[in-house]
Design a protein around this ligand. Structure first.
Ligand code: GAR
Length: 189
C-alpha cells in the first residue's frame, strides 16, 4: 500500500480529482489533506469527500518540524502539492527526497517563482500575448518551481483568451493529467 498526502491552499479542485481517481484503489491511500488556510474551500471539499484535513500554521511548518514529523510518523510515500502556495522548508525537502511533487499552471521555467501562482500566472501569460500555455508537474526542492520536470502538457491560446478562459483550459489539463502522473510517480517508488 502506497500512502500519499495532498497539500492545498485554495479551492481544491485538484485535491478532489486525485481523491476520486484513487478512491477504489486497494494499493494507494490518500491519507489526509494538509491545508495552511482556514478559509480555503478545499476544507469543505474534504468534508464532502470524507477525507481527513489537517490545518496547520507557519510555525508548525517552518520553525519547528511538527508537520515533517507527522508525515514521517505516518510513513507517507509521496507528498503531492495540489495548489499549495507556501515554499517548502528545507527540513521537509530533506526528509522526503524525490518524494514531493508539485503542479504549476504554466510551462516552467516560464512564469514560475515567488508570487507566480493561480490567476497571477494566467494574467501574465495573457499580458505577454503567449500563443500557448500549459501545466508542469515537477519534483520539489527548496526553491519555488525549480525541481526536475516530470511532465508538461500544453494548450494553445487565442488572442481572444482572457485570464479566466486560460484558467479554464489549465484546469482541464490538470484534471486530465495530474492524477495519472501521480499514479505513475507512485509506481516508480
Ligand atoms: C492550480 O491551477 C495549480 O496549478 C495552481 O493553483 C491552482 C489550484 O487550484 N498552483 C500554483 O499556482 C502553484 N504555484 P485548485 O485549488 O482548484 O486545485
Amino acid at each position: 500500500m502506497k500512502r500519499i498526502v495532498l497539500f492545498a491552499s485554495g479551492s481544491g479542485s485538484n485535491v478532489e480529482n486525485i481523491v476520486h481517481y484513487f478512491k477504489d484503489r486497494k494499493d494507494v491511500e490518500v491519507v489526509a489533506v494538509y491545508c495552511n488556510n482556514s478559509k480555503a474551500f478545499v476544507l469543505e471539499r474534504c468534508k464532502k469527500l470524507g477525507i481527513t484535513s489537517r490545518l496547520f500554521g507557519r510555525k508548525e511548518f517552518v520553525e519547528d518540524t511538527v508537520v515533517v514529523n507527522e508525515l514521517l510518523h505516518q510513513k507517507i510515500d509521496l507528498v503531492v502539492l495540489a495548489g499549495f502556495l507556501w515554499l517548502i522548508p528545507e527540513s521537509l525537502v530533506k526528509a522526503f527526497p524525490n518524494r514531493i511533487i508539485n503542479i504549476h499552471p504554466a510551462l516552467l521555467p516560464k512564469y514560475g517563482g515567488k508570487g507566480m501562482y493561480g490567476h497571477f500566472v494566467h494574467e501574465a501569460v495573457v499580458a505577454n500575448k503567449e500563443i500557448e500555455s500549459g501545466i508542469t508537474i515537477h519534483y520539489v526542492n527548496e526553491h519555488y518551481d525549480e525541481g526536475k520536470v516530470i511532465f508538461q502538457g500544453k494548450c494553445s491560446l487565442e488572442p481572444s483568451d482572457s485570464a479566466e478562459t486560460v484558467a479554464q483550459k489549465i484546469q482541464r489539463l490538470e484534471a486530465e493529467h495530474f492524477p495519472r502522473v501521480v499514479d505513475e510517480v507512485l509506481a516508480s517508488i
